[in-house]
Every structure is written in structure tokens, then in C-alpha cells.
Design a binder for this molecule. Structure first.
Ligand code: CUA
Length: 160
């Protein structure tokens, strides 16, 4: 079979790009621990405020008996509630976030905390913050006219 030399060159280029992409995904998953959330947990978005885990009194930071923390949050147009949270560095933190209205995204810049928040589902992410300081919870999925203003504060304090 005849293959044009120029075409052959491009086949090598495509093969090389494919290898680089697979290697970088493997590196991100194995070394940097960047993985898509694997749990599927459903919840009725219409009754979040009435009963169950995501009522107003249950939102925020809770310390677990093993020293880790659980943070329950609501992502709604146009903020994350509670709007300000404080967490210790170098500690396992499990975020549980859901939405009563539309699709949102959560991203904390310069960390591996990032997930989509889909109405009807609970997004769970476990992470550790290694740097202290003030960070922002940003919405990174377009959710309406107030999307650009949808953010909350996160303060990471030294572990005591
Ligand atoms: Cu919420 Cu964009």
C-alpha cells in the first residue's frame, strides 16, 4: 500500500500527540490525584430547604470524630452558602455540595478542588489544602446573568 510521505509524517505527529495526551492524563490521575468524582448520589432539589442534610442549620463546616472535616454547601444562583468558611490546612476535607436550581461548577484556584454541581445530585469531593491563606470558591459553569458574581470566601488556617 502506498502512503504519501507527507501523510506518513502527519500520522507520526498524530500518534505522538495521542501518546502525550494519554501520558498526561495518566500522570494527572496517578501522581497529582486529579480524578472525576465517582459517587452517584441523588437528592430532591425541591425539598433541600425543608428537611434532610442540606437544611440551613446543617450547612457549613463539621469536624468528624477522626479529625477530618465535612463541609456541606448549597450552590445556588448566585452564591455558595455559607458564603464564608474557614478550614485547617493539611487535613482531609470532604465537601458535599448540591444545587436547588441550575447547574453550577465549583473551582478553588491553585488547588485540585473542582467539581460540577448538578441539581438532583450530591457532589462529593475529598481533598486537602496544603497552602494557607484566603481563597475563593468560584462558579465555573455558566448559570445565568449573575454567574460572574458567584463566589464565596474560603480561609485556610494553619493546622493546630
Ligand atoms: Cu453558578 Cu455560574
Amino acid at each position: 500500500m502506498h502512503i504519501d510521505p507527507l501523510e506518513k509524517k502527519w500520522m507520526y505527529v498524530v500518534g505522538f500527540i495521542t501518546v502525550v495526551m494519554i501520558a498526561s492524563m495518566t500522570y494527572a490521575a496517578v501522581v497529582m490525584n486529579l480524578n472525576p468524582p465517582s459517587n452517584v448520589e441523588t437528592i430532591d432539589p425541591k425539598t433541600l430547604h425543608l428537611s434532610g442534610e442540606f437544611t440551613e442549620d446543617n450547612l457549613g463546616v463539621t469536624q468528624n470524630p477522626d479529625g477530618s472535616y465535612t463541609v456541606r454547601m448549597i450552590a445556588a444562583r448566585y452564591a455558595f452558602y455559607p458564603t464564608q468558611i474557614e478550614l485547617p490546612a493539611d487535613t482531609d476535607i470532604t465537601f458535599r455540595i448540591t444545587s436547588p436550581d441550575v447547574l453550577h461548577g465549583v473551582h478553588v484556584p491553585f488547588t485540585n478542588m473542582s467539581t460540577m454541581v448538578v441539581p438532583g445530585y450530591v457532589s462529593e469531593v475529598t481533598t486537602r489544602f496544603t497552602k494557607t491563606g484566603d481563597f475563593q470558591f468560584l462558579c465555573n459553569d455558566y448559570c445565568g446573568l449573575g454567574h460572574d458574581y458567584m463566589w464565596s470566601r474560603l480561609k485556610v488556617t494553619p493546622k493546630t
